[in-house]
Design a protein around this ligand. Sequence first.
Ligand SMILES: [Zn+2]
Length: 487
Amino acid sequence: METEKSKVEEKLPDKTKHMSEWYDRVLLEAGIIDIRYGVKGFIVYMPYGMMIMKNIIKLYEEELEATGHKPVLFPVVIPEENLKKEAEHITGFESEVFWITHAGKNKLEERLALRPTSETAMYPIYSLWLTSYKDLPFKAYQTVAVYRYETKATRPLLRGREFLWIEAHDVFRTKEEAIRQTLEDKEIFYKVTYEKLGIPFIHVKREEFDKFPGAEDTYAFDTLLPDGKVLQIGTTHYLGQKFSRVFDVKFHDIDGSYKYGEQTCYGIGLSRILASILLIHGDSYGLILPFEIAPIQIVIIPIYKKDYDNEKINRYAREIEEILGEKYRVKLDLSEKTPGEKFYEYDLLGVPYRIEIGKKEVENNVVTIFRRDIRERKTVQLSQLTQYIEITKKEIVEVLRRRAEERLKNSYKGIENLDDLKKHSEEGYSLFEADFCDSEECADELKSITGGFEVRGIFLDKKVEEGSKCIMCGGPAKSRVLIAKAY
Ligand SMILES: [Zn+2]
């Protein structure tokens, strides 16, 4: 009893100062992830974490299907010959591939790779499926785990050797259509990540030396975590004909000629998006989940009173459960735990609404309803309850998004030299904007002298002024770039 009581009173550490400690405790205490599987970089999704994940996946899949993507499922193994066909691609992934070399007692004649990404699994089959311009555009996606032998320190959901993602692989007749797809990918990302999950992100074009191996152009979505580091949560790539020429993805065009398909691929980093939701929205009481993805959207907690017919409270609570259960994911908690213990638990789980039912509520036909995001209690007439939730449920994600966006905005600073970078990062800024020459040497040098600041990519909507100079070498600047530390 003593330990349970102290648990109720113990708050989580301040997320901005002790993000790692906050994160580890929340992952385990809220039942998101178990890291004790025993294989480095491989984690177990616990029931509550997986329920959140499934709700996130649904949002992206709905958007992909609304834009003409069809689901597919390709094997997890890729024959070595296929993986190695596109030269830049294999050079980029070589050191990260897990290989299957044996099956039963036999050594395999050809090694099989566990997919680090699926271009080389899918496109040989695409070349069989797509024969005519009438088959195009062809848009498909799969929601799967991929495998990369990360050598950097792994962190649950942030950097793992197995992680969940959605990958979409599209083929078009023309370059224009393919380029348009990269913009549609951004739009899909905005609609779900920003609008529905409340996670703001920065859209940049990665530098030439930082592209996806085998792509013509890579566009990335980075978000800002509370510790000031950015996290790549999605990318979309214009592949051009680089893979279609290698894998023979060609089609009979209108004029009778054979042409190679114009391709794009798109990765939505589900594990990292889940991590961002936990880290960006949470507070010292635990998670705060947007209404749409919360496994429990409303919890009902009876508060009994001595010398009162508490069965009346239970009856009233069940009535409310039934009304709300028609539309929402509702839980009535009739367990033996004290109301205080229950408050603590559902705060930790990030349940958007808590309804408290006691004598006063029963006798006045009202409910006391608590909103997790703003921590406010309100008394609402039972007859108005559904309407109240319908109106306010949208406000929750707006509140979360506004908070996140404000932090992101307040972290930005334009800089002209490395002294500025040092000074402003000591003041607490973490995202910097500067003129840059786009060379890899300058990016490497920046990273080594500043202890980890990276050129994250080019702002597409910003141009350098005439005569401006690279922040590193002083040579002519070509782009305005984002500079930040990154996961
Ligand atoms: Zn330079």
